[in-house]
Design a protein around this ligand. Structure first.
Ligand SMILES: Nc1nc2c(ncn2[C@@H]2O[C@H](COP(=O)(O)O[C@H]3[C@@H](O)[C@H](n4cnc5c(=O)[nH]c(N)nc54)O[C@@H]3COP(=O)(O)O)[C@@H](O)[C@H]2O)c(=O)[nH]1
Length: 714
C-alpha cells in the first residue's frame, strides 16, 4: 500500500506494501521533514529502489512511487550519464570492502536540470555476508557545489590575471621583504622568476630604491592614508640598471586591526618618463641652439626677481641682437645663418657664469640674465664688453671668414623694472638705442628710451592693420626728358593714410616694415597697384609711359622674377612699361646673386635702374656686368650742384660713366632752374624733382598726363 510520505516495497513481492512497522507516524514525519532523501535499493544493475522517502519529489521531480521498482525511472538512470560509472565504481568498491560510501555526483531532474547530490550509505549484508541491499541518504548540495565552483573559477581567473598581468603585482611585509610577486614584477626588476626575486631581494629599502628615502615616504603615506597611488620612484634592476616605476598599493589589515602586509601593482614607466623629459626639454629649449627658450627665460627671470626681492642684490637683463644678421641670412642662406646663431650661442655661454642664463628669445635675439651682480654697473659693463668682443671675433663658414657684431641693451632689477615684462621691454629699448649709436656697443636702459619703443611697437601693429585695411596709397612723380621736357615716365611712391596720424611719409614707416618683415607684402601690393594703374592709363588712351617701382632689399630674392611675371600677366601690362628701382647698396651687397636675379628679371623685358647712385660703393666691373638700363643720381649731389664743386664734379662724372656704360642717366631731386640748366648742359637724359612736379595722387597725375597729351596733339 502506498503512503503519501514515502514508498516501500517488501523483499519478496513487487507490490507496494505498508511501510514503517513501528511508530509509523513518528518515522513518517521525521522522514518527510528530512532535508534530503532516504532510500533503500537492491544491489542490482539498476539499483532498483525498494524504499524512497518523500523528499524524492523535491530533489528529483519524480514521485517516490515512480522510482519504486523502476516504475518510471531507475535510480541508476537518475544519475547523470557522465557520473554513473564513477558512482557505480565507488559504491561497489565500498560495498565490497564493507565500508560506508560517500560520493558527490550529479542527477538529472525530471525537468532536465542538473542537481548536485551528496550520497552516503552502506551495504546491508545477510547472515551469509552477502549484500542484501544498499541503504543511504542523498542530499541536494547544488548551491554549495555551484558556490564552490564559482569560487574555484574566480580563483583560477585571479591567478591567471596575477600570472599573466603586464603590471607587476606584489605582496610585501611591512619590514620590506616580498611574500608573493608575479612573473611580470620579476621581469620588470630583471629577475629570472618570481621565486628568484623573492629570495634575492631581501631588503626593499636599500636594494630596490635608488633613493632609500622613497621607501620611508611610501611607509609614511601608507600609515597616513592606507594606500599610495601613482607613487613614482627610480629603482635598481637586478643588473644595476636604473628604471622608473609607478606603484599603486594598499595596506592590508588583519581581523585584529593589525597591519598584515602591503599589496599593490608596479608599472615600468621609464619610457614615459624619458618622453616627458624630452617634451619638457622641447617646450623649454630652442631646437637650433639648445639654449633655454622664451618660456624658460620668463620662468627663470621670474624666479631671479623673486630671489633678488627676498635676498636683495642686483640682477641684469641683457638683450643681445646681432647686427646685420638679416643680411647674412638673406645673402648666404639659412644654413649659414643657423651656424652663425649656434656659434654666437656658444660664445655667449663662454662669457657668463654657470649660474647665469643665456636664452634665445627668437631670431637673432638672445637674452642673458645675470644674477647677483655684486660689482654693480661696472661689473655688468665688463661682461657686456666681453660679449661684444666674443661675438665680433671672426668666424668661418666653409672657406670664408665673416665678422658680425652685436648691439646690447641692459636693464636692471630693481632700478629699471620690477617685473619680467618691464625688464625685457626696457632691455629691448636700450638695445635699440645701441643700434642707433652705431651698433657694436651696449647701452644701459634710461627712462626716456621707453616712449620711443612703445611708439615703435605701436607702429608695427598699425602697419599690419594698414595692410589689411588698405590704408596705403600710391602717389606718382613725373620723370621728364631733358631734350623736350615731356613726361617720359613716373615713379610710384607709397603713402600711408593712417586714420590716427594722417598722411605718413614712407621714410617713417618703411624702415619699420623692413624690420618687421612686412616690406615684402607691402612691396607686392605696390607692384600690383602700380602695374594695374599704368594699364588703366593705357586703356584710357593716355600716352604710354614706364612706371618705376622701388624694390626693398628684402624683396630681392629668387622668387621675385616669378612674382613680377605673375603681376604683369594679371594686370595685362607689357613688361616694357615697368621699371624697377634698386638702390646701389642692394645691387652691390651680394653682387653674384643679384646679377643672376636681375638677368632673370631682364629676360621678362622690363627696365632696371640703380637708385641713389653715388651714395654707395659700386664696383665698376660689376656695374658693367649688371643688366641695368639707367643710373639715378642721388638728390644729395643734385641739391649741391650750384654751391659745391665736388657735387657738381660727381654729377658730371656719373653722367659720363653712365654714357660710357651705355646707360640712361636720371637726376632726381631737381628743385630749381639752376640745377635744371646744369643737368641739361652736361648731357643728363632725364630729370625728376619738385621743380617739375611733386609726387601726386592718381587723379592729379592723370590730369597732368591728359593735359600733356592734348598739348602734344597736332
Ligand atoms: N621699398 C619702397 N620704398 C619706397 C616706396 N615708396 C617710397 N619709397 C622710398 O621711401 C623714401 C622716401 O620716399 P618719398 O618720401 O616718397 O620721397 C621721394 C620723393 O618725394 C623725393 N623727392 C622727389 N623729388 C624731390 C625733390 O625735388 N626734393 C626733395 N627733397 N625730395 C624729392 O625723393 C624720394 C624718391 O626718392 P628715390 O626713391 O630715391 O627716387 C625713398 O627712399 C623712396 O625710395 C615703395 O613703394 N617701396
Amino acid at each position: 500500500m502506498k503512503t503519501a510520505a514515502s514508498s516501500v516495497i517488501s523483499d519478496n513481492d513487487n507490490t507496494p506494501a505498508q511501510s514503517i512497522p513501528r511508530s509509523p507516524r513518528l518515522l513518517e514525519t521525521l522522514l518527510a521533514n528530512l532535508d534530503g532523501v532516504v532510500y533503500r535499493c537492491r544491489d542490482d544493475a539498476q539499483w532498483t529502489v525498494e524504499f524512497v522517502s518523500e523528499g524524492c519529489l523535491q530533489l528529483t521531480g519524480y514521485l517516490p512511487e515512480e522510482l519504486l521498482l523502476n516504475q518510471r525511472i531507475s535510480f541508476l538512470e537518475l544519475i547523470h550519464p557522465d557520473d554513473r560509472q564513477m558512482v557505480r565504481a565507488h559504491v561497489d568498491d565500498c560495498v565490497r570492502l564493507r565500508r560506508r560510501f560517500d560520493v558527490e555526483y550529479r542527477i538529472v531532474h525530471v525537468e532536465g536540470a542538473i542537481r548536485w547530490v551528496w550520497g552516503r550509505g552502506v551495504g546491508i549484508y545477510n547472515a551469509d555476508g552477502e549484500v542484501e541491499a544498499l541503504e543511504g541518504f542523498m542530499q541536494d548540495v547544488t548551491e554549495r557545489k555551484e558556490a564552490a565552483q564559482a569560487l574555484q573559477e574566480a580563483e583560477r581567473r585571479y591567478r591567471s590575471i596575477f600570472e599573466n598581468a603586464i603590471e607587476g603585482v606584489f605582496q610585501t611585509t611591512p619590514d620590506g621583504t616580498y611574500i608573493a610577486v608575479n612573473p611580470a614584477l620579476a621581469r620588470i626588476y630583471g629577475y629570472r622568476s618570481p621565486e628568484d626575486l623573492i629570495v634575492s631581494l631581501r631588503d626593499i629599502r636599500h636594494q630596490l630604491y635608488v633613493e632609500p628615502e622613497r621607501r620611508s615616504e611610501f611607509m609614511r603615506l601608507m600609515e597616513e592614508h592606507g594606500s599610495v597611488s601613482n607613487f613614482e620612484s627610480r629603482v635598481y634592476r637586478r643588473d644595476g640598471d636604473i628604471i622608473w616605476i609607478s606603484e599603486n598599493a594598499r595596506a592590508v589589515y588583519g581581523d585584529a586591526g593589525t597591519l598584515v602586509f602591503y599589496e599593490g601593482t608596479v608599472e615600468a614607466i621609464t619610457e614615459r618618463k624619458l618622453y616627458e623629459a624630452e617634451m619638457r626639454h622641447q617646450a623649454t629649449h630652442d631646437a637650433l641652439t639648445g639654449l633655454p627658450n622664451r618660456n624658460m627665460l620668463h620662468d627663470h627671470l621670474q624666479r631671479a626677481i623673486q630671489s633678488a626681492r627676498q635676498k636683495g642684490g642686483l640682477t641684469a637683463v641683457a638683450f643681445v641682437d646681432l647686427d646685420q644678421f638679416k643680411y647674412i641670412n638673406d645673402s648666404l642662406g639659412h644654413q649659414v645663418g643657423d651656424e652663425l646663431l649656434k656659434t654666437v650661442a656658444q660664445r655667449l655661454m663662454s662669457c657668463v657664469r654657470d649660474s647665469d642664463m643665456v636664452a634665445r628669445q627668437g631670431g637673432d635675439e638672445f637674452v642673458l640674465v645675470l644674477q647677483n651682480q655684486t660689482e654693480g654697473d661696472v661689473g655688468i659693463a665688463e661682461v657686456m664688453q666681453r660679449i661684444l668682443a666674443a661675438v665680433s671675433r671672426p668666424w668661418q663658414a666653409g672657406d670664408r671668414e665673416f665678422h658680425i657684431t652685436s648691439s646690447i641693451g641692459v636693464s636692471r632689477y630693481p632700478t629699471d623694472g620690477k617685473d619680467v615684462e618691464t625688464l625685457l621691454k626696457n632691455a629691448d629699448s636700450a638695445m635699440y638705442k645701441a643700434k642707433e649709436q652705431g651698433r657694436n656697443n651696449f647701452q644701459f636702459f634710461a627712462p626716456w628710451m621707453d616712449t620711443q619703443v612703445s611708439n615703435r611697437l605701436e607702429m608695427l601693429i598699425s602697419l599690419r592693420r594698414a595692410l589689411d585695411q588698405q590704408e596705403f596709397k600710391l602717389f606718382y612723380q613725373p620723370k621728364l626728358s631733358l631734350k623736350d621736357g615731356r613726361i617720359i615716365g613716373a615713379e610710384a611712391l607709397i603713402r600711408w593714410e593712417s586714420p590716427e596720424q594722417g598722411m605718413v611719409a614712407p621714410d617713417r614707416f618703411i624702415p619699420f616694415a623692413e624690420e618687421a618683415g612686412l616690406i615684402v607684402p607691402i612691396g607686392e601690393w605696390v607692384l600690383r597697384t602700380a602695374c594695374r594703374q599704368n594699364k588703366a592709363w593705357q586703356d584710357a588712351g593716355l600716352p604710354p609711359i614706364p612706371v618705376a617701382v622701388n624694390l626693398s632689399p628684402r624683396q630681392m630674392n629668387q622668387a621675385l622674377p616669378e612674382f613680377v611675371a605673375n603681376v604683369l600677366a594679371d594686370s595685362g601690362l607689357s613688361a616694357s612699361w615697368l621699371e624697377l628701382e634698386i638702390t646701389e647698396n642692394v645691387v652691390m651687397k651680394d653682387a653674384e646673386k643679384t646679377v643672376a636675379t636681375l638677368n632673370t628679371l631682364k629676360r621678362l623685358g622690363l627696365q632696371i635702374s640703380v637708385d641713389d647712385f653715388g651714395t654707395g660703393y659700386s664696383s665698376l666691373s660689376y656695374l658693367r656686368r649688371f643688366p641695368v638700363d639707367a643710373l639715378k643720381i642721388d638728390k644729395s649731389f643734385v641739391r649741391d650742384i650750384a654751391r659745391d664743386a665736388d657735387s657738381a664734379a660727381i654729377v658730371k662724372a656719373v653722367i659720363s660713366l653712365a654714357h660710357i656704360l651705355n646707360l640712361r642717366v636720371i637726376a632726381e631731386g631737381v628743385e630749381d632752374e639752376e640745377q635744371h640748366a646744369f643737368l641739361r648742359e652736361n648731357g643728363c637724359d632725364e630729370v625728376q624733382g619738385y621743380y617739375f612736379g611733386k609726387p601726386m595722387t592718381v587723379d592729379d597725375f592723370t590730369d597732368r598726363l591728359r593735359k600733356e597729351a592734348v598739348q602734344a596733339a597736332p
